[in-house]
Design a protein around this ligand. Structure first.
Ligand SMILES: Cc1cc2nc3c(=O)[nH]c(=O)nc-3n(C[C@H](O)[C@H](O)[C@H](O)COP(=O)(O)OP(=O)(O)OC[C@H]3O[C@@H](n4cnc5c(N)ncnc54)[C@H](O)[C@@H]3O)c2cc1C
Length: 510
């Protein structure tokens, strides 16, 4: 795997990503999730150069995010560095950057990171930028009810969940009412919502029950809210009812037919079918309802006229190409095709299909048949030893489904080391009652909100490439401090270069 320089000194503000070998077919892959990673890997034996451009440096196994949020797994176990995963793939390189533009005529992809812009040329393009959380037009809810899409989300939620018990302890010791700290609301009764609600209930009932003095964690209230009339709608009515009963046995209150209409720091408001409303006082809210495809679909739609659905997914041809652009494939959560679900296997199979087509074209092979998704089944855990699964017409629930869930997730976790440590953590949490990953920092709890308040996010915290911080207009405290640190670093280098470290300098000579 070759890499491009990433230090500030090594990158110009705007740079063209040079092809590894200019004569070779250049494939650009956007995203390092399931579609991006499996598409890149599927091209490992092809006569192409692959450039993967992604806005994170890791490949994220989203299905286990809830275990990071609830202290079972560490983030590294579900998010290995993409560079390491692809290190042996000689024809692949990885570029960090958030793609902001795709020019279909010029065949270029433009990406940005911290004020640096890179343009990558492609002959073939695989777009696998996935989907984000949807707040159904109420984006301001996100400040108080983080979603569950990224490592940042999971770590923030971990901090908020464990932090709420700490705040309750402090308040209770003073004799305050702490019900709002001990109430946890999960919005969305799909697999993620069910898993989160189940895990928070297990935390309160098992893991934390002996850790506090002033509060009884077993009295914590966990509420699962959804506007739909059943939990886990894609799993069918019978498994939905079974799951609801299991959750209730764990102590989770399941509120169905209840739509969230407002969210603030202290709680949220739900509206029932009969138009009555109820306010729930809860400091910790988790948003697990609704997805919105990456905004790159808008860029692609504007240039091709391809339709977008309500979730922003783009209509593609049956071979996953963009209308009028056979060199561009779109896969995974971004596409609207034959009602395909937003699941990992759709992204993996779509990306492999696209890679095979690119390889076949270079070898003058006839085009493949239209993409056909092979449904390997779905599963969701409710608590330790309890899960539901559907495989074709088979419906399973309970311990057997949980064992299947365990096996499938182990197979798909990337990397041997991660599999071993995940199994150890599962032993600790499922057989014992411990959770070894409870650490959370202040930055993790408030960092996302703080960054969102900056005009250009993290870019506002660093100087533009090539400019000395004190030359610009933004001579505020942070840039002055940065200049001081840079000067200190330069002085350290000078002392080292002149072998003056450890030499006693007489007073007055410095
Ligand atoms: C909490 C949770 C639990 C889930 N559980 C399951 C499950 O149990 N089973 C299942 O099958 N599916 C599950 N899913 C769904 C599954 O994870 C997705 O369907 C799958 O990840 C889609 O793959 P993708 O490649 O389309 O997108 P993703 O895997 O989301 O990858 C998108 C990639 O694109 C990058 N990216 C986004 N925008 C840009 C940009 N502008 N520039 C550069 N890079 C960009 C992202 O950083 C990421 O690397 C779950 C999802 C979530 C969030």
């Amino acid at each position: 795997m070759s890499t491009t320089p990433t230090s500030a000194a090594g990158l110009a503000a705007t740079a063209d990503a040079p092809p590894t070998s200019p004569s070779r077919h250049q494939v650009v892959v956007i995203g390092s999730g399931f579609g991006g990673l499996f598409g890149t890997k599927a091209l490992r034996r092809s006569d192409v150069d692959v450039t993967m451009v992604a806005k994170t440096t890791h490949h994220l196994f989203q299905p286990l995010l809830y275990q990071v949020a609830t202290g079972i797994l560490s983030e590294g176990e579900i998010a290995p560095p993409t560079r390491e995963v692809l290190a042996r793939q000689k024809n692949a390189r990885v570029l960090l950057g958030s793609v902001t533009d795709i020019d279909l005529d010029a065949r270029t992809v433009t990406s940005h990171v911290l004020g640096r812009t890179t343009t990558s040329h492609y002959d073939s393009l695989i777009v696998a930028a996935g989907a984000g959380q949807s707040y159904f037009g109420n984006d301001h809810f996100s400040e108080f009810a983080p979603g569950m899409k990224t490592v940042d989300d999971a770590l923030e939620l971990r901090g908020r969940i464990f932090g709420a018990f700490e705040m309750a302890e402090l308040g209770a010791a003073r004799g305050d009412n702490v019900d709002h700290f001990l109430t946890f609301v999960v919005v969305g009764a799909g697999p993620t919502g069910v898993e989160m609600a189940g895990q928070i209930a297990e935390l309160a009932q098992r893991t934390l029950k002996r850790d506090f003095d002033a509060i009884n964690t077993r009295k914590a209230r966990v509420v699962l809210v959804d506007a739909a009339p059943q939990v886990l709608p894609p799993f069918g009515r019978k498994l939905g009812l079974w799951t609801k009963a299991r959750l209730e046995k764990l102590g989770v209150e399941v509120m169905l037919g209840a739509m969230v209409t407002d969210v603030d720091e202290r709680g949220l408001v739900v509206k029932y079918k009969n138009d009555s409303t109820e306010r729930i006082e809860a400091v910790t809210k988790v948003w697990a309802a609704g997805v919105q495809a990456s905004s790159l679909t808008k860029t692609l739609s504007e240039q091709t006229g391809a339709p977008l659905d309500r979730a922003g997914r783009i209509g593609v041809n049956p071979d996953l190409t963009l209308p009028g652009h056979p060199e561009v494939f779109v896969v995974g959560d971004m596409i609207a095709l034959d009602n395909l679900p937003g699941v990992a296997q759709v992204a993996i199979q779509g990306a492999k299909y696209a890679a095979k087509e690119i390889d076949g074209r270079l070898k003058d092979k006839p085009a493949q048949k239209p993409f056909k998704y092979f449904d390997k089944g779905s599963m969701a855990t409710i608590s330790r030893f309890n899960a539901v699964a559907t495989i074709g017409k088979i419906r399973l629930s309970g311990f057997i489904a949980w064992l299947m869930w365990l096996a499938v997730h182990l197979v798909y976790i990337t990397g041997f080391k991660n599999r071993v440590t995940a199994v150890l953590h599962w032993f600790v949490s499922f057989l014992g009652r411990g959770r070894s990953e409870r650490t959370a920092t202040e930055q993790q709890i408030f960092g996302r909100v703080a960054l969102s308040k900056l005009r250009r996010g993290a870019t506002d915290l660093v100087s533009e490439p090539g400019t000395h911080p004190l030359d610009g207009d933004e001579e505020d405290h942070s840039t002055r401090r940065r200049a001081e640190l840079e000067d200190q670093a330069a002085e350290e280098v000078r002392l080292t270069d002149e072998s003056r470290r450890g030499v006693k300098v007489p007073a007055g000579k410095v």
